[in-house]
Design a protein around this ligand. Structure first.
Ligand SMILES: [Zn+2]
Length: 192
């Protein structure tokens, strides 16, 4: 693990952003670098995964069942994660983070995101009904009473699902066109 301090690109405070990175060898995938940046001054935080080997655009899918709950999932910042049967999709954006987890962890993150949405739109009856239904379904998925598919698409090939039952294929050019890349750009604000 390596640590260093750099200037923050967000608040421009000097040497207050800590950069922590570590590398790990993932079987059948390659060497990845996990990095976290955290600014002590403004609280900006960002985490990402970078695969150090050159990769092709890739699409993984896996059925969420009891025996695949522990399958390793590496999701980079540029990846789109979806559960088509439930209409759930997390697209890359400036706030999206890369992480290493497993299938159950991914479902847990979806639950967290839907709960957040539930609190955010608490005056919209239709959204509330919808979100509650999705939560109920996610609960069933976790207990094994409902089988859905998780799809992980990454135009930079930095993500993967490690499981014998996971299917993998290269993304088609027209699919790549429809994906967001989520590269963060910092808006320069002119405040002195
Ligand atoms: Zn800062």
């Amino acid at each position: 693990m390596e640590k260093m301090k750099v200037d923050c690109p967000v608040c421009h405070a000097e040497k207050c952003m800590e950069v922590i990175s570590r590398t790990e060898e993932i079987p059948y995938f390659g060497e990845i670098m996990e990095s976290v940046v955290l600014c002590e001054s403004c609280g900006y935080r960002h985490a990402d995964i970078i695969c150090l080997d050159q990769k092709d655009p890739v699409r993984y899918s896996i059925e969420v069942k009891k025996d695949s709950m522990n399958a390793r999932v590496v999701k980079s910042q540029s990846a789109t994660l979806s559960v088509p049967e439930l209409g759930l999709k997390v697209e890359p954006g400036p706030k999206s983070l890369g992480y290493v987890s497993n299938v159950e962890g991914v479902i847990e993150r979806f639950q967290g995101a839907v709960k957040t949405a539930l609190n955010l739109f608490d005056d919209d009856e239709e959204s509330q009904k919808n979100a509650k239904l999705i939560l109920k379904n996610l609960e069933k998925v976790r207990s094994g009473d409902k089988i859905v598919e998780i799809v992980l698409e990454d135009p930079f090939g930095q993500s993967f699902i490690a499981h014998p039952n996971a299917s993998k294929r290269e993304l088609k050019p027209e699919e790549i066109k429809d994906l967001k890349t989520g590269f963060a750009t910092f808006e320069q604000s002119e405040v002195d």
